[in-house]
Design a protein around this ligand. Structure first.
Ligand code: FEO
Length: 398
């Protein structure tokens, strides 16, 4: 029932498809995911990464269609996180003689912390190679893309980069390759993946891209989603653009509201961006998940965030959004060029919008003007005044 897919002569995808995954520690995965493992049938039989706990039977069924898994000689673990390492105990139980290859020192530390010290570990440094017969595999460390242990494995004979999380997408599909499926769908999921998992580590991504630049890459085989073989240059170029924070002149207005006053302000601010010739999208936090908003944050220069005052601070939905935003903002780039401002209504103290301004500052946004606030409700004249004021400030910035 579960069959392997050949990706190159004697190289097979033997992973698992998780059609029902909907939440990956807070990141909504509306299209499910896959956990990609790869089997190389050379003189030494080599398995690259495993699958999330619970999916081992699916992986083993695919492997058994090719070879008895007890014959696996090497198990390469590119990354300790359990969606890839979680079935290592199952593989090692089947093939106890197998050497377990992992990065040194962080992969070794992580695997031993998770699975004990009894396996035959072979830690490797960046640049180390392993001959498995006709092929020589090369290991390249890519620390903090997105864990300290992360590494990729390069198969020069087949020009395949087994990239683990890098270049992945949470996308369940029966298709395995980028030229078999609608490319915009793959790119949309790759963008969401970068924004929600990789974005804090832009500088490390640039170093990883430099480290891989000397490799002749014909195929990128990540551990989630579709394998890149016809659009490798596109995803590499996208990672370059995202990691160098090349922002577009686009705006997002993100808010929550209690009795519609902050909502009316949000609508007026949308009109203000339009007046300033800046394309804009509106996100009500009651209707949009923060992980979807992050996909838009990735490349948008402008962000307006609104909350009324509730219990002397901002609404919890807005606080959660700003907390998530702060965590994902790239570190080590003091002047990202991101511009933001806070807004919101209040009854007797504008503490909600002031809290939002603090959250934007903590996330690294420059705020060219202070919070836009309004006491109680807005009528049409108030909305028009806010629109004109904000539009004038936006035009003055450009
Ligand atoms: Fe897909 Fe960091 O695990």
């Amino acid at each position: 029932m579960y069959e392997p897919i050949q990706v190159a002569p004697d190289v097979y995808w033997v992973g698992a498809i998780d059609w029902n995954e909907r939440n990956f520690h807070g990141y909504t995965t509306d299209r499910g995911s896959t956990y990609n493992a790869y089997l190389i049938m050379d003189e030494s039989i080599t398995l690259i990464d495993t699958v999330k706990p619970g999916f081992a039977p699916e992986m083993f069924e695919r492997i058994r269609a090719i070879v008895d898994p007890s014959r696996i000689d090497y198990l390469i673990s590119n990354h300790v996180e359990q969606d890839h390492s979680g079935s290592i105990p199952d593989v090692m139980a089947c093939a106890p003689h197998a050497k377990l290859i992992t990065s040194s020192p962080n992969g070794l530390k992580g695997l031993q912390a998770h699975y004990g010290t009894s396996y035959d570990y072979q830690p490797v440094k960046s640049g180390d190679t392993l001959s498995i017969g006709k092929r020589t595999l090369q290991f390249v460390h890519i620390p903090m893309v997105h864990w300290p242990d992360s590494m990729v494995t390069y198969d020069a004979a087949d020009q395949i980069l087994f990239s683990n999380d890098a270049f992945g997408q949470h996308l369940a599909s029966s298709e395995r390759f980028d030229d078999q499926i609608d490319l915009p769908t793959v790119m949309e999921q790759a963008t969401k993946y970068y924004a929600n998992i990789v974005m804090p580590y832009c500088m490390q991504v640039q170093r990883a891209l430099e480290a891989c630049a000397s490799l002749d890459i014909g195929m990128i085989a990540p551990c989630h989603g579709i394998i890149w073989r016809s659009h490798c240059a596109d995803i590499l170029a996208s990672y370059h653009v995202w990691s160098t924070q090349q922002l577009e002149e686009r705006a997002l207005v993100v808010y929550d509201s209690m009795w519609h006053s902050t909502e009316h302000m949000a609508q007026a601010i949308v009109n203000a961006f339009t007046d300033a010739d800046i394309p804009v999208r509106l996100f009500d936090l009651k209707c949009n998940h923060i992980s979807d908003i992050m996909t838009e944050i990735l490349s948008s220069r402008y962000l307006a965030v609104g909350s009324p005052t509730l219990n002397s601070t901002m609404m919890p939905t807005v606080a959660a959004f700003l907390c998530y935003l702060k965590g994902l903002m790239p570190r080590g780039m003091s002047d990202s060029g991101r511009m933001g401002f806070a807004f919101g209504s209040y009854g007797w103290a504008p503490l909600g919008p002031k809290s939002v301004a603090s959250g934007l500052e903590a996330a690294g946004y420059q705020q060219p003007f202070g919070p836009c606030t309004h006491q109680w409700t807005l009528d049409a004249v108030d909305c028009e005044k806010l629109r004109n004021d904000v539009a004038a400030r936006l035009k003055a910035m450009n």
